[in-house]
Design a protein around this ligand. Structure first.
Ligand code: SAH
Ligand code: SF4
Ligand code: F3S
Length: 482
């Protein structure tokens, strides 16, 4: 029996979202069609195990999927991603409704695993390797639909060698491997030719790109280079208006990378910089290899290189042994570094990680109270920043319609969500950039209006960075650019 259609459910971070895109593309090339889960023959769940709650989502999902599978004969279920990497064929043994399990290094083998499953053969492949083969993937299939037209993820490195004591990622994603620069640039050129204007460079510690290969600043035998040099190559590609990267580690900001934020106009004035804690003692127990003051200095140099640059972060509260004073150090760092937004989490012990064995667990109610206090402070900082933007201008990459259908929603270069009334931009489609004036600030987003002040749009790409004021770009009329 031949199966014709597939659907993918994705949990976890942007690497997983991008892996699901790669998998969808592979299955399209293998002759399958994309479908909604209700109509699909093959359903793949791409999993995350960063916190216990994320991992449990898979198990509750698999319960529900038993019914999905029973509803039509011959349906198949596969599980991939970080839980799959961790559990391997134990998942097949535990869940009879599962047909195949693949790890984070094995996307390319999935079409063959689906075919084997169609022939009645259940399989698990969670083998890992340092080979660069896993980066060799086919180009976008004509039927591939990007979730956000105009923007594309681009893998530059995978894996993590940092082994922060709380984190499961080095186990689930394996060792750090950087992709040759030529292959990255080639993919970026292809994306630009297809209308992509914004690249989001991905890696677990993305700014560690090439660090194992680069010797005294020369390109290595693996074809990598300094991260800042890679950024410069990508910034020179015609049509690429915006470049972001996620997630960088504070340890790998060298002078050249900081300077790149002043030199490369397409490099967005936003850095998502996970710092986890503001207490030096907690940072040491987490094995993060920097201090709160290192972060303060880095924030300052980035803002000196690019005035108006926005920093956002990830934070963990309730790490084993965290005292009230240590938690307050986090609040102080969030204030001093001027983070505009943050993802904050209660520490969740992950099996096999060093921190899972640490004494002095923080009581759940204490961790909850700290989370709420931290989030209240972050909300206040977000709103203060949003208010500071009112009256300024922004170029917004339209992503789609917001829940209230009369609004178009997109992101500005500072990564803030901007909503604009659709009636003002009847001809604008997702993937296009419009210039607006910020009329209003809300806790979660900015509201943009057509910019009445006349004058041709200068094109942000050619604006010298020095002329970009704190609150936005220089004046211009509403314009649509591709
Ligand atoms: N590579 C990135 C983070 C990837 S994981 C970095 O180095 O910062 C995404 C976020 O999940 C982390 O920044 C951290 O805040 C959170 N996280 C990771 N492990 C966690 C755990 N065991 N408990 C709670 N939060 C965790
Ligand atoms: Fe996890 Fe640390 Fe690696 Fe980030 S740098 S993925 S937090 S081990
Ligand atoms: Fe989750 Fe794996 Fe990403 S654990 S956060 S999907 S790297």
């Amino acid at each position: 029996m031949a199966f014709r259609s597939f659907a993918i459910r994705t949990f976890g971070c942007q690497m997983n979202v991008h892996d699901s895109d790669k998998l969808a593309n592979l299955l399209l090339h293998a002759g399958y069609a994309a479908a909604e889960p209700d109509d699909a023959d093959v359903l793949v769940v791409n999993t995350c195990s960063i916190r216990e709650k994320a991992e449990h989502k898979l198990y509750s999902d698999l319960g529900l999927l038993r019914r999905w599978k029973a509803a039509r004969e011959g349906r198949l279920i596969g599980v991939g991603g970080c839980v799959a990497q961790q559990e391997g064929d134990a998942l097949l043994a535990r869940f009879p409704q599962l047909d195949f399990v693949f790890g984070t290094h094995n996307l390319r083998h999935v079409p063959a695993m689906v075919r084997a499953a169609e022939a009645g053969q259940r399989s698990a492949d969670v083998s890992t390797s340092r080979s660069l083969d896993r980066f060799d993937l086919p180009e976008r299939h004509p039927q591939f639909e990007a979730s956000t037209p105009g923007r594309a993820f681009l893998t530059v490195m995978e894996g993590c060698d940092m082994f922060c004591t709380f984190c499961i990622v080095p186990t689930t994603r394996g060792r750090e491997v950087s992709r040759p620069a030529d292959a990255i640039v080639c993919e970026a050129e292809d994306l630009a030719a297809r209308g992509v204007v914004e690249l989001v460079l991905l890696g677990q510690t993305v700014n560690a790109y090439g660090r194992h290969d680069v010797r005294r600043g020369h390109a290595s035998s693996n074809g990598t280079m300094r991260f800042s040099a890679l950024l410069a190559r990508l910034a020179a590609i015609p049509g690429i208006e915006r470049i972001r990267y996620t997630s960088p580690h504070p340890l790998f900001f060298d002078e050249a990378l900081v300077a790149a934020h002043g030199d490369l106009a397409p490099l967005c004035p936003h850095v998502h910089l996970p710092v986890q804690s503001g207490s030096d003692a907690v940072l040491a127990r987490m094995r993060r290899r920097y201090t709160g003051d290192d972060v303060r200095r880095l924030a300052e140099s980035l803002r000196r290189a690019r005035p108006g640059l926005v920093l956002t972060t990830d934070l963990i509260v309730g790490f084993p042994g965290e005292t009230d004073a240590e938690f307050e150090a986090t609040l102080r760092l969030v204030r001093d570094a001027g983070f505009v937004d943050a993802f904050s989490f209660k520490y969740s012990p992950r099996p096999g990680t060093p921190a899972a064995g640490l004494p002095d667990a923080v009581a759940e109610e204490v961790a909850q109270a700290r989370l709420e206090a931290l989030q209240a402070q972050v909300r206040a900082q977000t709103l203060a920043y949003h208010r500071s933007r009112v009256g300024g201008e922004a170029d917004v990459l339209i992503e789609g319609r917001s829940r209230r259908a009369q609004q178009l929603a997109g992101r500005d270069p500072w990564h803030r969500v901007v909503n604009v009334a659709a009636e003002h931009f009847p001809d604008v489609a997702p993937g296009q950039i419009v210039r607006v004036r910020i009329a209003e600030a809300t806790p979660h987003s900015l509201i943009g209006e057509p910019d009445a002040s006349a004058g041709a749009h200068p094109g942000s790409r050619n604006l010298p960075v020095a002329s970009v004021p704190e609150s936005g770009f220089a004046s211009g009329a509403v314009a649509i650019r591709r």
